[in-house]
Design a protein around this ligand. Structure first.
Ligand code: CP3
Length: 344
């Protein structure tokens, strides 16, 4: 029988001498081969909805760096797009949506039309048929608070103030929006799994700005419901929850939301995270993306310190947030070599 994929064995709780390695946003603009394919389509979402191209850029970082996992190339904002809140990306300016300013606009949102995302499922099938047998395949969605923060503001904001204000002023309408995203995310992740992904990650990039009560209500609880909903349909599929800047909430999250692994961001001390969570909790992270830009001794030192902190624990090596566009390729090669000699 073929040996189990390294990522899947760690997600079952096995501590490995050499942790499996992948990088958030590993397909992207730091790769010249990504820029070449990207240049063939003007609209970013149209690019996400082009199965051959999306499959190709999903596979590029695997060919180059032999990571232990491929992550589907798509975006978290395809979910509002499939609810009829059309999304566009302006080059250099990030995502743009028609903002939601009133409870009535929440009422008017369309049903989640999952067939709008058929090209994503086709991408998954293409990747699946081309992926080497030792590489795991990760699907994903955004967490409800993070997705809702773009749906309310209509764009990225530094502190998610529009969504936070809307939640204080119109908690019922905000709750309804969150519920819509929870239901859509359960359906969407389930279809990704049906199409061939083996693991799913939920990205909560922006919940870290919330005060404790709001964090429980709008981040932890909706993420718990997504985990429960996906597990009810696909009990064998591991789920990674990445709640960025969750900081002191991490121990509570590992006891309440029921995921199989927890991503930790750059600023969290891994020694603290290890000490504050039960020894069978699987953690993922948390190299500073800027250390990967810097390279050299600074990179080696940070890599060794993370490996040391997680020694003996089930750990997935990753960044603490997405890879930066200015990252030199040779630094990624250096990282891979350093992590993989950890056992020797
Ligand atoms: O990890 C991967 O390689 C898979 C692909 C992936 C993308 N976005 C591709 C992308 C994933 C997992 C995401 C998640 C995502 N998208 C998040 C959560 C993770 C995080 O980084 O916090 C968020 C908040 C988004 C929303 C989003 N998409 C923004 C704010 C932007 C613009 C910022 C930017 O970097 O330009 C995007 C666009 C985007 N998504 C790009 C890529 C490769 C860049 C656009 C391009 O190549 O033209």
């Amino acid at each position: 029988m073929a040996e189990e994929k390294a990522l899947l064995s760690v997600l079952r709780g096995e501590a490995r001498k050499i942790p499996p390695l992948w990088l958030m946003r590993q397909a992207g603009r730091y790769l010249p081969e990504y820029r070449d394919v990207r240049a063939t389509t003007t609209s970013f979402l149209e690019f996400c909805y082009s199965p051959k191209k999306a499959a190709e850029v999903t596979l590029q970082p695997i060919r180059r760096f032999h990571f232990d996992a491929a992550i589907l190339f798509s975006d978290i904002l395809v979910v509002p797009d499939a609810m009829g809140q059309r999304v566009s990306f302006e080059s250099g300016a990030g995502p743009r949506l028609e903002p939601i300013e009133t409870p009535q606009q929440v009422e008017r949102l369309g049903d989640f039309n999952i067939e709008h995302l058929a090209p994503v499922f086709e991408t998954i099938e293409l990747v699946k048929s081309a992926l080497a047998s030792d590489v795991a395949f990760i699907g994903f969605c955004g967490a409800p608070f993070t997705v809702a923060s773009y749906m309310i503001a209509g764009q990225g904001t530094p502190d998610q103030a529009p969504a936070r204000l809307f939640a204080y002023r119109f908690p019922d309408a905000f709750g309804k929006l969150i519920d819509c995203v929870v239901d859509a995310s359960i359906a969407y992740l389930s279809r990704q799994i049906d199409a061939g992904v083996e693991v799913v990650q939920i990205f909560d990039s922006w919940a870290g700005v919330l005060p404790a009560n709001e964090f429980m209500r709008w981040s932890a609880e909706p993420v718990r419901r997504i985990v429960a909903g996906v597990k009810a349909r696909h009990p064998q599929t591991p789920i990674i929850a990445f709640v960025r800047e969750a900081d002191a909430h991490l121990p509570m999250l590992t006891q309440t939301i029921g995921a199989d692994a927890y991503g930790i961001d750059t600023a969290l001390d891994p020694v603290w995270a290890v000490a504050q969570t039960a020894s069978d909790i699987v953690l993922q992270g948390n190299l500073d993306p800027l250390a990967l830009v810097a390279g050299g001794d600074a990179l080696d030192r940070e890599v060794d310190s993370i490996l040391g902190a997680f020694k003996g624990r089930p750990h997935i090596f990753n960044l603490g947030h997405g890879i930066l566009q200015q990252t030199p390729i040779e630094n990624v090669e250096r990282l891979v070599a350093r992590v993989r000699r950890a056992g020797g």
